[in-house]
Design a protein around this ligand. Sequence first.
Ligand code: UDP
Ligand code: MG
Length: 319
Amino acid sequence: MSRDIRYSVVIPVYNEEVVLAQTYQRLKKVMSSTGESYELIFVNDGSSDHSAALIKEYCDCDLSVKLISFSRNFGHQIAITAGMDYAKGAAIVVIDADLQDPPEFILEMIAKWKEGYEVVYAKRRHRSGETFFKKQTAHLFYRLLRASTEIDIPVDTGDFRLIDRKVCDVLKQMPEKNRYVRGLVSWVGFRQTAVEYDRDPRLAGESKYPLKKMIKLCLDGLTSFSLKPIKLASYSGGAFIIIGLAYLVFLALAKLSGGLVSGWNLVLSNVWLLTGLILTMMGIMGEYVGRIYDEARNRPLYIVGESYRSEEKERSVIK
Ligand code: UDP
Ligand code: MG
């Protein structure tokens, strides 16, 4: 594999014909200003418009442009993954095609990378031009995800980021299907830093993330990095058992003090107890399912950042 290329820019594209020309021009300008070699990898995620034909035109007159075209729409996260698989650069930048993420910002990311950071992610300070609903649901989702997982997944951060070749190679070893790429990038560790930016409105066209895709992304994020939902069954089961027992004790005390305890009261306490038992058993099964899920995802057990032997008087970085 040729490692001559310094930067790979991965651009997922789904029906973006109205913005592509501008995206290409701006990216080309920014990347050539680095004075180093680069490639622009457009991943056409099954567009039904002329996106692919346009990118082919850029390919014909610009050797730094590459096109990977999916046979159908596989989704944003898979498109990013494919781009990373094909990227040859020493640093890989992922950027949306709609110019909501300003390409000029890549230079700042590169500067951070040169300082030694292996992941530079762009954190949104403001998001303009998006609906109230989108902003609020995104705000809530990032915080919910953060609260339910032990991994430090930064809030208000999309897929606009730069990753080092080392990080990219590690991501390629993670074969899980329902991918939440930004979570995986946090999971792998390495030296990470943020740069803040204001998210622009979409240049043209509409968001390709309808509610259905947003819910899928949200579920992928939550289920890939948290077992808390599965633990809900055990917690609520425990609570039901306690309520059932407390009610039974209350009934016994009422009976002892000469009160009237009907069969109906006993049935109710039994309902609480049995529901609690069933939920607890489901929770226990959930723990096993969680472990099976952990095994099935097949993530690497550990990731070596670098290894060091003092005799060598030099650092060798293990991929
Ligand atoms: N995208 C994609 N496949 C999809 C949906 C979106 O490759 O199924 C691309 C899209 O072309 C864009 C990026 O992913 O480059 C982000 O999508 P969009 O701007 O529609 O999302 P939003 O910014 O509204 O969250
Ligand atoms: Mg967008």
